[in-house]
Design a protein around this ligand. Structure first.
Ligand SMILES: [Mn+2]
Length: 330
């Protein structure tokens, strides 16, 4: 296993650097990638660095549009056109397939670096800085920023803070430690507007999203006896549900946080239909069930408390597959 210092040495020596987040990125992945790229440029202004994630069509999720990405962030097509790269770094990407349309750029690089905190990561880079105990990948990205000797600017702190609050559930999840808060304090001390960052990520949606939430929650089903009495709560968001309100795919990400407050259920499940017709599942646990096991059974991945997978094109078969995978994970 590689260290932050080894990663920093490679990044410092890169002249054409591409830093990648996973498909359908969250702030932990994209925030880490932006922070590493910004720090690489800060310590080596000759470095041509870009950031991308492998979604096609390429759309920056609503929740991430407030990240200070500037001109660094490009689509897979733009990233390919600007290549080749001597060094490619992946951030918070649990398996190579999660690089999506950028996977070939990773494969083509002479030096590849994996920075991740998923316990399921096989270490698919030449250098692998993987710390499953880290509450967020941005904690590892900060280690790399520090090892580079880069100044912790407000822009970098903003990217890292956004990832930190994402993966700790705003410091609510059990993986949060005193060290997590110490890092948050250090990031806040740069002068970032933490309240504005959180508001733009979590409390800034069009009313149509509230209506979509209402519909999704009103048809939710709770099964307190399910999973050996640990309890399950489940709902769905179809293409039709979103289309009637003119909402994009990533708007459905908001449903799971509302659903998971259900006391009668340790596990919350939201099945979301992508624009291509495939059903993706978001899984959240309060701790009694390790949802990453179920997600891996379904061909996805994640963490004990938050995980996901893509489960086919038929709604009722997808629901059954998820319930079976959860039961098998007990
Ligand atoms: Mn993460």
């Amino acid at each position: 296993m590689s260290s932050a210092a080894q990663v920093a040495e490679v990044v410092r020596g890169a002249s054409r650097l591409l830093v990648l987040a996973h498909v359908a990125p969250d702030a932990d992945s994209l925030g880490s990638a932006l922070a590493v790229a910004k720090a690489a440029i800060a310590v080596n202004p000759e470095c041509a660095a870009l950031v991308s994630f492998g979604d096609e069509p390429f759309t920056v999720p609503h929740m991430l549009q407030s990240l200070p990405s500037g001109s660094l962030l490009v689509s897979p097509a733009e990233a390919a056109a600007a290549g080749p790269y001597d060094t490619v770094v992946s951030c918070d990407v649990s398996s190579k397939a999660r690089l999506g349309a950028n996977e070939h750029l990773f494969d083509a690089a002479a030096m590849t670096v994996v920075i991740d905190h998923h316990s399921s990561n096989s270490g698919f880079g030449k250098l692998n800085f993987i710390e499953p105990a880290a509450a967020a990948n941005t904690l590892l990205a900060l280690d790399v920023v520090d090892a580079l000797g880069a100044e912790l600017t407000q822009d970098i702190a903003h990217c890292l803070y956004a990832g930190l609050i994402t993966d700790t559930g705003c410091f609510k999840y059990p993986a949060t430690t005193a060290q997590t808060h110490a890092v948050a304090a250090r990031l806040m001390a740069t002068g970032i507007d933490h309240a504005d960052i959180a508001r733009r990520m979590y409390d800034d949606e069009p009313f149509a999203v509230v209506q979509m939430l209402g519909a999704a929650l009103s048809r939710a089903v709770v099964q307190p006896e399910s999973l050996n009495g640990r309890g399950l709560v489940l709902t769905t968001v179809s293409i039709a549900d979103r289309a009637s309100l003119g909402l994009p795919e990533d708007s459905a990400e908001r449903v799971i946080d509302a659903l998971r407050i259900t006391s009668e259920a340790d596990v919350a499940v939201v099945l979301k239909q992508s624009d291509d017709g495939w059903w993706k599942v978001s899984l959240r646990s309060k701790g009694a069930v390790d949802v990453s096991i179920a997600a891996r059974t379904l061909g996805g991945g994640g963490h004990r408390y938050a995980a996901g997978a893509t489960v086919g094109t038929d709604e009722s078969q997808a629901v059954t597959a998820v319930q079976q995978a959860l039961a098998a994970a007990l």
